[in-house]
Structures are given as structure tokens and as C-alpha cells.
Design a protein around this ligand. Structure first.
Ligand code: FCB
Length: 462
């Protein structure tokens, strides 16, 4: 993308979290549908069957994006909506849905940015061939991706293959709090490995298809601050960054895992074939990362395989997720990624904060903490740009309150409030503030001290 293009001020969502699918036959079952059925896994027994009913209300939601002045929208495509069993028969109605969504965005002047996989693996692949542990799943993903490129590639120019492979592999297979809920480090590494192969194969399909546009993978990482000034803690913080950001960042740029991971984990970390390495090396056109908070790290020789221990930054206000608010960690993470991965263009693909029990009063949702969170993170990103980071876009998580995975519906991240019973949407104060920020020219608004007067927010929100 040429630098002269406008900065992509956007918001993000994912298919499972907003779409809903109450009519049978609308989409195939995914691994999160199954996980939601296990008692105790999802707070409040939430499911993805209705959530924001976006599939039916997408036109209203694009109108909301317009009201927010969004320049770009990052959404994900549900693989089982397009190919219910993961491979084989296509669901034409599912593919048509994304076609109409993209048309609607383009007509509204909003740049569509598509993620091909945001955690909702077709369950048939999990049951029949052990999901992401099986190398065939990577091939099936590349086939699915090719179908999407072919159908949407004339209008979508910004692609993300996989959202947060770290969360898929770590959350799903090591920590075990995410679908499919396994706790086994070796299996987690195998899943991570196949996710990387899947990314590489999809990128190869995109590039050989000659599409106009750019493609990358959606990383996530906390920034790791050393717990003390000691060299040991500094080195430990670097190892922690490599273990989280480098686990997926290094292979898609250098073609292999960080040396530090190889020597710590030994045979547990699978080997890439020569062909895999060739496809992986330089398989991103940009760096994309999500950022929410930061950790402090201390050296712990002989304990963790990589001899570190990390904990969320102490003594900070926290969000409803319990995550400390650390804007300067965003600045440091963007610089770290940009320095390590070739000073590529960067997109911040998710950032935002959860609140609990947000309610609509007189047509308003007052969320000054979220405005402050977003504003201070914008400023941190700006500082990173002043230090040379080529940031091209910033996507607030999330456009609208939605199903926050294992946390259910209680944690609300939206710029827009969703009443999940009535499906009424209400733009929060933060949404009005963001609309104003974009209208005033984004970064330029930092220099102008006045803040949006929200006293008439109710009227505007209606
Ligand atoms: C990220 C996920 C996204 C959302 C936010 C809060 O890890 O990518 O779907 O749940 O966290």
C-alpha cells in the first residue's frame, strides 16, 4: 500500500462473536459451538447462535460504521459458513453473505479488511482428523482461502490469514481455556506448526493468483518489561517476547522459530521442511498485531523451559478482563516488531477495553474510561510512529459488544452497545468520541486540546 493512502481508522469484529446463526443449515458447526455446549466453559452459558444477529442485520451495522466515520472495517469469514464440513461442498448462501457484506462496505466507502480464520474451525475437521494437529487441515485451509480470494479478491485488498495463532495454540492446547480445551504443550506446538503452514499455503495461493492487495498474519503479544534493571531480567524479557511474539512472527519472516525457542524446547518444537521454510520466509507484506496489555518478566533459571516468569504489570488500573492498562507497552511492542521484522508497514488490528454491566440510560452509554483507554493508546501509537514505525491502520476492538469467548456476554468491548435480547444498538460515548476523532483528522486531534463535548451525546446516539 502506498504511503499516500489515508490512514485506516477502523474497528474490528469476528464472525463467531457477532454473526449468529439461528437458522439450521445456515452454517456448519464449529469447534466453539461444541465448546459452548460443555457446562461451565462459557460464563453465563453464552453461545454463538444468536449473539448480535449480524448476518441478518449487517446493513444496519454498516450504517453504524458510517455513523462512526470508520474508514475501514476488519471482519472475519466463517469457514464453516462457506464450507460447512471444512472441505467439500460449498454453501453458496454463506459465500453470498460475505459478497453482500463487502458490497455494502464498498458502497459506504469503508475499506474491507478480511481475516480468513478467527478461531471457528469447522467441527467436522476436529472430529474426523484432529483439527489443527493434522497437516491436511492446513491444505484444507488453503483451499478455503483460495475460494474466498476468488470471490472477494476484486474488492478486498487487505487480508489477514489467521487471527492470533498464539491464542489458538496456547489457549486451545496448552493453557486449555479456549476450544478445544486441551492442556498439552507438545500438541500446542504441533497446532502452532500447522497454523504456520496453513498461513504459508494461503499466502502462496494469494500470491500465485496474482491478486492486487496485501496479506499478512494477525499476531498478538503483550509487551514484556523487565522486572528489574538486572541483565538477567532484561534477557528474560527478550526471551518472553520471542516465546510469544517470536513464536509466530519469526517463522513468517525468517522462515523458522527463534533459536532461543529451539534450544529451550528441543524436539518438542516440530521441524519445517525445506519447502515449508521457503513458503514461510517473507510470507507477510506487513506486520499486524493485536495489543491489550503488558507484563513484567523476571529470570527464573531452571523453572520454565525458557527460564522466565511473567505476570501482568502490577499497580495499574485494570479493565473488566483484569488486564492492566499500559499504553506505553503498545509503543514498545510496535517498535520491537518493526525493528525485528524488516521495518515493514504495520497494522494494529485490535485494541480496546472491556467494561462490565454497561447499560443504556436515556439513549446514552457513558464510558469515559474507554475513551481514555483508546485516546492514550492512540497517543502511544503516535509516539511509535515518531520513532519510525510505519503504522498504516488502527482497528479498535470492537465495533459492537459481542460474545467474548469463554467470558460470555458480560464483558463488553464495543464502541456500540448491543442489547442481546432486543438487538437494539446504541452508539456509546466512546463511539461518538471516535467518530469525532476521525472527523477531526485523527492524529491531528492530538495537537488540538479541546475534547468532544458529549453533553448532547444522547441525541446524537439515537
Ligand atoms: C482477542 C481476540 C478477539 C477478542 C479480544 C478481546 O484475543 O482476537 O476476538 O476476543 O481478544
Amino acid at each position: 500500500m502506498a504511503t499516500s493512502k489515508p490512514f485506516l481508522w477502523g474497528a474490528a469484529t469476528s464472525a463467531f462473536q457477532i454473526e449468529g446463526s439461528s437458522e439450521s443449515g445456515e452454517r456448519g458447526t464449529n469447534i466453539w459451538d461444541v465448546y459452548c455446549e460443555i457446562p461451565g466453559k462459557i460464563a453465563g452459558q453464552g453461545t454463538g447462535l444468536n449473539t448480535c444477529d449480524h448476518v441478518r442485520r449487517y446493513r444496519d451495522d454498516v450504517a453504524l460504521m458510517n455513523a462512526l466515520n470508520l474508514r475501514a472495517y476488519r471482519f472475519s469469514i466463517s469457514w464453516p459458513r462457506v464450507i460447512p464440513q471444512g472441505t467439500g461442498a460449498l454453501n453458496a448462501a454463506g459465500l453470498d453473505f460475505y459478497d453482500r457484506l463487502v458490497d455494502e462496505l464498498v458502497a459506504a466507502g469503508i475499506v474491507p479488511c478480511a481475516t480468513l480464520y478467527h478461531w471457528d474451525l469447522p467441527n467436522a475437521l476436529q472430529e474426523e482428523q484432529s483439527g489443527w494437529e493434522h497437516s491436511d487441515t492446513a491444505n484444507h485451509f488453503a483451499e478455503f482461502s483460495s475460494i474466498i480470494f476468488k470471490r472477494l479478491g476484486d474488492r478486498v485488498k487487505h487480508w489477514f490469514t489467521i487471527n492470533e495463532p498464539w491464542c489458538i495454540a496456547y489457549g486451545g492446547y496448552i493453557g486449555g481455556g479456549f476450544a478445544p480445551g486441551i492442556q498439552d504443550r507438545a500438541r500446542g506446538f504441533q497446532v502452532g506448526h500447522q497454523l504456520l503452514r496453513a498461513h504459508a499455503l494461503a499466502v502462496a495461493a494469494f500470491r500465485s493468483g496474482g491478486y492486487d492487495g496485501e496479506i499478512g498474519i494477525g499476531l498478538n503479544s503483550e509487551f514484556m518489561f523487565p522486572a528489574s534493571d538486572s541483565k538477567q531480567d532484561h534477557d528474560a524479557a527478550q526471551r518472553a517476547l520471542l516465546d510469544m511474539a517470536g513464536w509466530f512472527g519469526d517463522p513468517v519472516w525468517f522462515g523458522d522459530y527463534p533459536d532461543e525457542m529451539r534450544s529451550a524446547y528441543g524436539d518438542m518444537l516440530p521441524q519445517f521442511s525445506d519447502e515449508d521454510q521457503e513458503l514461510l520466509t517473507r510470507s507477510i507484506d506487513f506486520i499486524a498485531t493485536n495489543y491489550y496489555f503488558s507484563d513484567v518478566v523476571r529470570a527464573t533459571p531452571g523453572q520454565h523451559p525458557m527460564a522466565y516468569e511473567r505476570a501482568p504489570c502490577p499497580n495499574r488500573p485494570t479493565t473488566a478482563m483484569g488486564w492492566p492498562i499500559v499504553p506505553e507497552g503498545l509503543e514498545s511492542l510496535l517498535i520491537w516488531l518493526s525493528d525485528r521484522y524488516g521495518k515493514l508497514p504495520v497494522y494494529l488490528t485490535e485494541n480496546g477495553m472491556a467494561k462490565e454491566n454497561e447499560t443504556v440510560e436515556d439513549g446514552c452509554v457513558h464510558d469515559p474510561e474507554r475513551i481514555e483507554y483508546i485516546r492514550t493508546h492512540f497517543e502511544a501509537a503516535r509516539r511509535a510512529m515518531e520513532k519510525g514505525v510505519d503504522l498504516r491502520g488502527y482497528f479498535v476492538w470492537s465495533l459492537i459488544d459481542n460474545l467474548e469467548w469463554a467470558h460470555g456476554f458480560a464483558k463488553r468491548f464495543g464502541l456500540v452497545h448491543c442489547d442481546f435480547e432486543t438487538q437494539v444498538r446504541t452508539i456509546k460515548d466512546s463511539g461518538l468520541w471516535y467518530a469525532d476523532w476521525i472527523a477531526r483528522g485523527g492524529w491531528d486531534a492530538i495537537e488540538s486540546p479541546q475534547h468532544l463535548d458529549l453533553s448532547s451525546a444522547g441525541e446524537r446516539g439515537k
